[in-house]
Design a protein around this ligand. Structure first.
Ligand SMILES: Cc1cc2nc3c(=O)[nH]c(=O)nc-3n(C[C@H](O)[C@H](O)[C@H](O)COP(=O)(O)OP(=O)(O)OC[C@H]3O[C@@H](n4cnc5c(N)ncnc54)[C@H](O)[C@@H]3O)c2cc1C
Length: 440
């Protein structure tokens, strides 16, 4: 028997690690419910529980979900299955790499082997390099080289009959109950793999044509909503690209370019693991960040959506109520935290980590760096989003804001907590003072 270690690849279709395991014979499957999951919001954990529940159904009940560090869970599962080889997709985030190293050591100690095939990307991080063999620092040339490199066609689907059961010790129903929500958007975040594939097809057939014109409009909700299944690996980006590749429109190319951003961030974090916490370009003097009680109060107002800036507040409330936030609004809320409240980007990124259903370490940390102006390929440091101008431009009928802030047009809604023009100048002064060349 072999063992498939299910990680961020919770699907049967287009899953090379699972296919390799099945090619070796009957396959047991295990997922480690690690202590780190308890830092997630209840809603995020509930979503994972639902995804796992659905995958377990698709494996005929065989998938084992067990509490513990991955090294302990996978070593024990391999022992029970008497599997000499364990197959898994490779992770490229610092914690994913640490985890797979620990699993490898635990398996080796018992004379077993961990083999990798595949990754959560169309092209594994580290593969797209400049002609001199060094990594790209900037998105546009990376994306050109990424397209030229190309990717494989999707692999076939695994056979649901070839699994052999192992026991679980996590009560998924109990975990899923934490996520109960009256959110009417819930149905958009369907958790079954078959539904995810159906949603992908329906997006490409019906909504993709509008994507180019409407993707920046939070009120129109025209984006794909694929980040959630992509984050858990219910869907592989190669499957998405195989479908959009058949559509010869500008909207399809623009959509693929968003997937390329995902790949770029995966690549940057692979080459610069410290970017998960440290600014790639230290644009601010360290002592310029707000600290202490006042900073804590500002952070709380931001988190609760009580800043008096309606687009920021609507976004933060959407996040709190659903675990989702539109991309344009993520940029505006993140910019507000860094450039109006003068709080370090890491503090905002940590809040997103707990809350976002589509949380992806590389995407979150590097998008925060992009907005903060600390990334390698970041918005220039002097570009500061004006939250009111953004609101008028991207939510012109106020529908998005009215939806998330019921008291928007009443005296109950707070006055703006600061003067954006003043804080913008403060941020620019700090930045001018601190702007240094990026680290090598
Ligand atoms: C501060 C901040 C934090 C973010 N954190 C995350 C995160 O934790 N996880 C995450 O998946 N995305 C993150 N993003 C990127 C982006 O906001 C989401 O991917 C997008 O909103 C998801 O909605 P969608 O699937 O409908 O997007 P669509 O517009 O339909 O895009 C299709 C796909 O392209 C990819 N994509 C789109 N925009 C970006 C981007 N800017 N960077 C990387 N990939 C992108 C996603 O995989 C997305 O599913 C963040 C952006 C910002 C500004």
């Amino acid at each position: 028997m072999t063992l498939w270690w299910a990680r961020r690849d919770l699907r049967l279709a287009d899953n090379p690690a699972l296919l390799q395991a099945q090619a070796d014979g009957p396959t047991a499957a295990a997922f480690a419910w690690t202590p780190a999951l308890h830092l997630w919001s209840g809603r995020r954990r509930a979503h994972l529980a639902r995804v796992l529940w659905s995958l377990r159904e698709d494996t005929g009940g065989a998938l084992a979900i067990r509490r513990g560090a991955a090294a302990d869970v996978i070593a024990a599962a391999a022992r029970e299955a008497d599997a000499p080889v364990v197959w898994a997709a490779r992770e490229h985030t610092p914690s994913g790499v640490r985890e797979q190293d620990a699993v490898q050591r635990a398996l080796h100690a018992e004379g077993r082997e961990l083999r990798f095939v595949g990754s959560p990307y169309a092209i594994a991080p580290g593969r797209v390099l400049k002609t001199d063999g060094t990594p790209y620092q900037v998105f546009t040339p990376f994306s050109r080289a990424w397209r030229e490199h190309g990717w494989r066609s999707p692999a076939g689907a695994a056979d649901p009959q070839r699994f052999r059961p192992l026991d679980s010790d996590v009560d998924l129903d109990q975990q899923a109950a934490h996520g109960d929500t009256a959110d009417p958007l819930e149905s958009r975040h369907e958790f079954r793999e078959s539904q995810v594939l159906a949603d992908l097809h329906s997006f490409v057939d019906s909504d993709l044509p509008r994507y180019a014109a409407e993707r920046d409009r939070p009120d129109l909700d025209s984006t794909s909503h694929l980040s959630v299944p992509l984050a858990y690996g219910q869907l592989h980006p190669r499957t998405v690209l195989a479908l959009t590749g058949q559509v010869r429109t500008d909207a399809a190319r623009m959509f693929e370019s968003e997937i390329a951003w995902r790949e770029f961030h995966g690549d940057v974090l692979h080459h610069h693991p410290s970017a998960q916490r440290e600014s790639l370009t230290p644009v601010m003097p360290e002592d310029a960040w707000a600290t202490g009680r006042e900073a804590d109060a500002s952070f709380l107002a931001w988190r609760r959506g009580e800043t008096g800036f309606s687009l920021v507040d609507a976004g933060m409330r959407q996040l709190a109520a659903t675990g989702i936030m539109h991309n344009r609004v993520r940029m505006v809320t993140a910019s507000f935290l860094v450039k109006d409240l003068h709080l370090p980007w890491q503090r905002g990124a940590d809040h997103f980590r707990r809350s976002l259903l589509d949380y992806d370490h590389a995407q979150n940390q590097l998008n925060w760096q992009w907005v903060a102006g600390t990334g390698r390929d970041a918005a220039p440091f002097f570009r500061v989003f004006n939250p009111d101008v953004q609101a008028d431009r991207f939510d012109p009928d106020r529908r998005y804001r009215q939806r998330w802030i019921p008291e928007l047009d009443t005296p109950g809604y707070p006055m703006p907590m600061l003067d954006h023009r003043v804080e913008r100048e403060v941020a620019l002064a700090h930045l001018r003072q601190g702007k240094r060349p990026s680290k090598g």
